[in-house]
Design a protein around this ligand. Structure first.
Ligand code: ADP
Ligand code: MG
Length: 441
């Protein structure tokens, strides 16, 4: 019965979620309205419970079971037999040939939002340093989404909790460099011994070793040796293991054995959160500088590519404003960052207007074209209609079609309504000005 329901859930939650979260579930028993599943870890159970419990429950009920609740209990795992590993010569952590850690990349400075929630939770879990629950932790995502930041945060935290722990963080490029150097200097045994003697190995941007045959080979052996000793491994890459070209199959499948999580592109709230955190630091650094309202919102709307660019923009803005001794206004922002802003410029489309307006008023995008008539939804929809009329060359019937097939008279009414309100409602006119800037600048 569970087998069949699992199949249905695969359709419902998508292949990735299915493989990671549903497939490993074991239905332990089902009675008195409670379905109890066995899961490998508490973290795993919490995640499934928060994200998939409702689906599981409703599918069980649809198949004729009467279930009010699902529960998760952690499978008692057989303790990993501690292999008698020859203790390598004790080496202080600072002697490890890792890359230096950036002091700013900690959990405290990492802003959590929907797009990075899971990656953050998994990183925290690893950083607690308890028994190894998933190995490796594989973090992937586009440029500047926080992979390196999270890895450094794990290293800082582990080192703070357990100073004696041998944590080795380095990029895949450095791994290759060390390996080649060891080959050249005929010190390959030392190299092997060193890498096999760490407690935690973190390799950043592992896609780099794709196509580099002997480095891959060595990486594979290092990886296996550490997993066998139950040592934690954390890996990052710019894409999922299966999608890295020229990476050996056996390595891909090894990398998929633990927990694979992706950092999604940032959303508006996360970008704003990051900007607010940064701006707070800068306010202390550049005392006396005034940051006008709406500037951070403007940047969060306009710079959507990656966090590094976003931070760079803010850094430049504060430095420039302090140099010229002016308040940071929207105008100053546009002058100072014109190149960055131009780079993210596009023609305004109706879809974009709907998206930005929905984001700004915190309603669903689908409500833009849906039938709901509640004021808190109808008003933003009218604002979007108004902006569509103002900022695009589309005719009223065309706009009507993009708003769920509404009649052109409805659009006309919406546009007039906003024009009318604008003259008396200063909040509305501020909002409109801001949205226009965001969409157009
Ligand atoms: P990646 O390794 O994924 O390319 P980084 O970890 O180097 O990205 O992040 C790029 C920059 O953006 C860093 O300065 C980092 O501190 C910052 N950053 C990324 N995500 C966040 C976040 N969620 N909170 C705070 N800063 C972030
Ligand atoms: Mg990085």
């Amino acid at each position: 019965m569970w087998g069949k329901i699992r199949e249905e859930l695969r359709q419902r939650v998508g292949k990735n979620n299915y493989v990671t979260w549903i497939e490993p579930l074991r239905l332990a028993d089902l009675r008195n309205g409670v379905a109890r599943f066995e899961v490998p870890t508490t973290f795993f159970g919490d995640w499934v419970s928060r994200n998939f419990a409702d689906h599981i429950c409703s599918h069980l009920n649809n198949s004729g079971q009467s279930v009010d609740r699902v529960e998760f209990s952690v499978t008692a795992r057989a303790p990993v037999a501690a292999k008698p590993v020859a203790k390598p010569v004790a080496r202080a952590a600072e002697e490890l040939p890792g890359a230096p850690l950036d002091q700013r990349f900690t959990f405290e400075t990492f802003v959590v939002g929907k797009p990075n929630e899971l990656a953050h939770a998994a990183a925290r879990r690893v950083a607690e340093g308890g028994p190894v629950t998933f190995n490796p932790l594989f973090l992937y995502g586009g440029v500047g989404l926080g992979k390196t930041h999270l890895m450094h945060a794990i290293a800082h935290e582990l080192q703070a909790r357990q100073p004696e722990l041998r944590v080795l963080y380095l990029s895949a490029e450095q791994f290759m460099y060390r390996f080649v150097q060891a080959l050249r200097e005929r010190q390959i045994m030392d190299f092997k011994e060193l890498f096999r003697s760490v407690d935690v190995l973190m390799v950043d941007d592992v896609q780099f070793i794709a196509g580099k045959d002997s480095t891959q080979e060595e990486f594979f052996h290092t990886f296996n040796a550490l997993v066998d000793q139950n040592k934690q491994i954390v890996i990052s890459a710019d894409r999922a293991p299966g999608e890295i070209k020229d990476l050996e199959e056996r390595i891909k499948s090894r990398l998929q054995c633990g927990l694979v999580v992706d950092l999604h592109p940032t959303d508006y709230e996360l970008r704003l959160g990051i900007l607010q955190t940064k701006a707070e630091q800068y306010r202390q650094q550049y005392r006396g500088l005034v940051l006008a309202e709406g500037v951070l919102e403007f940047l969060a709307h306009r710079i959507t590519t990656n966090v590094r660019v976003l931070e760079g923009a803010l850094t430049r803005l504060f430095a420039f404003a302090s140099l010229v001794g002016r308040e940071i206004t929207l105008e100053l922002t546009q002058d100072c960052l014109s190149d960055i802003l131009r780079a993210s410029d596009r023609k305004v489309t109706i879809e974009e207007i709907q998206r930005k307006v929905a984001e700004h008023y915190n309603i669903r995008l689908s409500d833009m074209i849906g039938p709901k008539r509640l004021r808190n939804i109808a008003r933003p929809r009218q604002i979007a209609m108004y902006l569509a009329k103002q900022l695009t060359p589309r005719s009223l019937p065309e706009i009507g079609r993009r708003f769920g097939g509404r009649d052109h008279t409805t659009i006309m009414h919406g546009v007039r309504k906003i024009e009318e309100l604008m003259s008396t409602d200063s909040q509305l006119s501020d909002d409109l000005q801001m949205l226009k800037r965001v969409l157009q600048a």
